[in-house]
Ligand binder design. Structure first.
Ligand code: AMP
Ligand code: MG
Length: 710
């Protein structure tokens, strides 16, 4: 068999909803070539997916590439089903039968329940399809499975049993369901297969076909998906990860191994189809995971800062999107006691060990008994003893009797309702009160807050004091968190001296390093002071060598342009891993991004104002991703301007600003060396990329320093 140059993985969906923003419940396509996942494409509708896949296949054919396209829904039904519907065992006859009947509107509404009804009617008694959104609709489709015999056709295919897939192709609704995906998917496959002359595995010979379709199931690589999700943080979309890892794993598979997998379908798969990779799960997981994170993620690749060729000035949003797309968590995990977890990044979902509250208890001080009481006066005898928080009452409270209970006490046996002590009069032996009182009044149910086994905090969460209360209350003594990101800070320039040192002519005190080290600490990372380096290539090289080993990220300032004394960029270029990012931004000279022995380096401009702005806008969210906390956007507020400004189009501007009397004032000078303005300001005003003419009172975007956690 010859090699497949391209793998296309398609995650199908029967969903109606289409959203503008990429999310789940739509269709994701993953493309991989040469063992590398190249892109994941989001399609809002099945029509869009069909068009995209079709033109993708056209392009691949034109380029002379061989394509294996895998789809995550069953290609066939259990043996005997096709004959019932079409009179033939040929699976393609069934594909064609469905293609002729299934209607799918652009908005996603479709007639799949009608088509399934028609198929069910071909069976004597209850047909195999079940599950629907409305119990009273589609009388030929049972709401529940109970009562369906599955005698004429089995509920599951051999392939489903072998792969341990949870769902049946006859289940049309309720999770986990794949039944609707098949009905909405096979008509599309039938059109694509005919149009592109694709060979469908395992129904047809695939050895010589240029385009091959096969069925896969992402459940086979669930371990790899789970660890990639944990590594990626809360914003990642599961369907996208599945398609990325699946396409990558198949693309990494040596041709002989893929040929063996294709040869592995058993005989009855000729009608029922087979899931590619069944029996090879370990191998696929290994190939899917390799280089894709997990709790001990691999280093970033040397080209992670590469910019698209031919771009001159990169808009800020494009630069941010590149960072966001390329970077991922780089820190490994450890378990720490709650007392050490504040501010740390959760490495995996925290799951409640026990319910909160663990037992039903009373929410007030009062008297407990069984059942509610109607309107009017009630008198109940009191049981000896009482129940208090931590001191339960051991006996049973007889029907019609009451017991003294204190806030937080577990409800004694025989008690489900509590009356407030303020509403009761007592002589010590009896209580009297007026109804009505509802059953369950003034009590808390077990688990009404959190159930045992529930995920209480998601991976990527930065632990707050309230999270510690939640974790402790639900029985967790430890949390699995990521090691804090170690961020080195290095100043470069012959002119720099330390505060407190004697300063010669032409020398200035280092302003960036104290600022950046403090900022790193405030952001929750570990600052590593790398000192300062002269404008001397060997000295700088030695500094970086020493630093790379003890830091996860390095921020340098100064020497980042392309001038004679700009050794930082020269060195990174020498290491073969330098990218000069010319970002359309003011203040900010080019950013030099690169890798030094596997450690990412942010070469910031030397000017303190530009250094701070670039750190807040670019380095901060990038470091958040690398720390495992996900991409964090600063929160901005619209406030009326207290200033006037004209701005040309072409670059984004950040002005040092503060809010007084509800209006944003800006610093009197935009000079990038004016450090006093940084300190005067309490945030930044962000002016968009386009031209602007701002008059007092016009709304502007103000980002308080606090939004950057500064
Ligand atoms: P450079 O990017 O090295 O060309 O530096 C640009 C400007 O920022 C020059 O005026 C430098 O003197 C100044 N500068 C560079 N590093 C620092 C620093 N750590 N503290 C204060 N000013 C600096
Ligand atoms: Mg310099």
């Amino acid at each position: 068999m010859s090699r497949f140059e391209t793998i296309l993985a398609v995650d199908w969906s029967a969903a109606k909803r289409r959203s503008q923003r990429p999310g789940k419940d739509a269709i994701w396509l993953g493309v991989a070539r040469d063992g590398t996942s190249e892109q994941q494409i989001y399609c809002r509708s099945r029509q869009e997916a069909e068009t995209r896949i079709s033109s993708f296949l056209d392009d691949e054919k034109a380029a002379g590439r061989r394509v294996l396209a895998v789809y995550d829904f069953p290609f066939g039904y259990p043996r005997g089903f096709a004959r019932r519907i079409t009179g033939s065992d040929d699976p393609f006859a069934l594909w064609q039968w469905l293609e002729e009947r299934v209607e799918d509107a652009e908005d996603g509404s479709n007639n799949r329940f009608e088509v399934a009804s028609a198929m069910n009617r071909k069976f004597a008694g209850a047909g195999p399809f079940w599950g629907k959104p409305v119990e009273t609709a589609w009388p030929d489709i049972p709401y529940r499975k109970a009562g369906i015999a599955y005698e004429d056709v089995a509920e599951r295919r051999s392939a489903d049993l072998a792969a341990k897939a949870a769902s049946s192709c006859f289940q049309l609704f309720f999770n986990p369901t794949v039944g609707s995906q098949i009905l909405m998917g096979l008509p599309v496959l039938q059109r694509l297969r005919l149009r592109h002359n694709a060979a469908v595995w395992p129904f047809e010979k695939v050895a010589d076909a240029q385009i091959v379709f096969a069925e896969i199931w992402p459940g086979l690589i669930e371990p790899a998906v789970r660890s990639a999700m944990a590594a990626a943080g809360p914003e990642e979309i599961r369907d996208r990860v599945q398609m990325r890892l699946l396409s990558q794993a198949l693309s990494r598979l040596p041709t002989e191994e893929l040929a063996a997998m294709l040869a592995a379908a058993p005989e009855d798969a000729r009608e029922e189809a087979w899931i590619l990779g069944t029996g090879y799960e370990d191998r696929l997981n290994a190939l899917a995971s390799d280089g894709q994170g997990g709790l001990n993620p691999p280093p970033l690749s040397n080209d992670c800062f590469a910019l698209p060729a031919g771009v001159d000035w990169t808009p800020v949003d494009d630069a941010l999107a590149l960072l966001r797309g390329r970077l991922g968590p780089i820190t490994s995990a450890e378990a720490v006691p709650l007392s050490d977890a504040l501010g740390r990044v959760l490495a995996e979902d925290a799951v409640a060990k026990r319910a909160n509250p663990p037992l039903p208890n009373t929410a007030v001080d009062g008297y407990g008994f069984a059942g509610g009481r109607g309107e009017g006066p009630h008198v109940l005898p009191l049981v000896q003893g009482r129940a208090a928080a931590g001191v339960p009452f051991d006996g049973r409270v007889a029907e019609g009797s009451a017991i003294r209970v204190l806030t937080g006490a577990a409800l004694p046996d025989g008690v489900d309702t509590v009356i407030l002590e303020e509403d009761v009069s007592t002589d010590g032996a009896r209580i009297a009160f007026n109804g009505p009182l509802k059953q369950g009044a003034n009590t808390r149910k077990a688990g009404e807050d959190v159930c045992a086994g529930e995920a209480i905090l998601p991976a990527g969460r930065v632990i707050t004091p309230a999270d510690l209360a939640l974790a402790s209350a639900t029985g967790l003594a430890e949390l699995t968190v990521r090691l804090p990101l170690r961020v080195g800070v290095l100043s470069t320039g012959d002119e720099l001296v330390e505060a407190g040192e004697a300063s010669g002519k032409g020398q200035i005190f280092d302003a960036n390093r104290p600022m950046l080290l403090a900022l790193i600490r405030q952001l929750g990372f570990v600052p590593v002071d790398l000192g300062k380096a002269a404008d001397d290539r060997d000295a700088l090289r030695a500094h970086l060598d020493g630093a790379a080993a003890r830091t996860d990220v390095i921020l340098t300032s100064g020497g980042a342009s392309a001038g004679d004394e700009d050794h930082m960029s020269a060195l990174l270029r020498e290491a073969g891993a330098m990218q000069e990012w010319r970002i359309a931004l003011k203040p900010g000279r080019p950013l030099a991004l690169g890798m030094w022995h596997g450690t990412p380096v942010f070469g910031l401009p030397g000017n303190p104002v530009a250094a701070l702005v670039c750190t807040l806008i670019f380095a901060r969210p990038a470091m958040g991703l690398m720390a495992g906390a996900g991409w964090q956007e600063p929160q901005a507020f619209e406030v009326p301007a207290a200033f006037e400004k004209r701005k040309k189009p072409g670059r984004r501007e950040y002005l040092r600003a503060r809010v007084r009397d509800g209006r944003a004032e800006v610093f009197k000078s935009e000079g990038s060396g004016r450090i006093s303005g940084l300190s005067w300001a309490e945030g930044l005003v962000e002016l968009g990329d386009g031209a602007a003419e701002i008059k007092p009172g016009d709304p502007v975007r103000f980002i308080p320093y606090g939004s950057f956690a500064m």
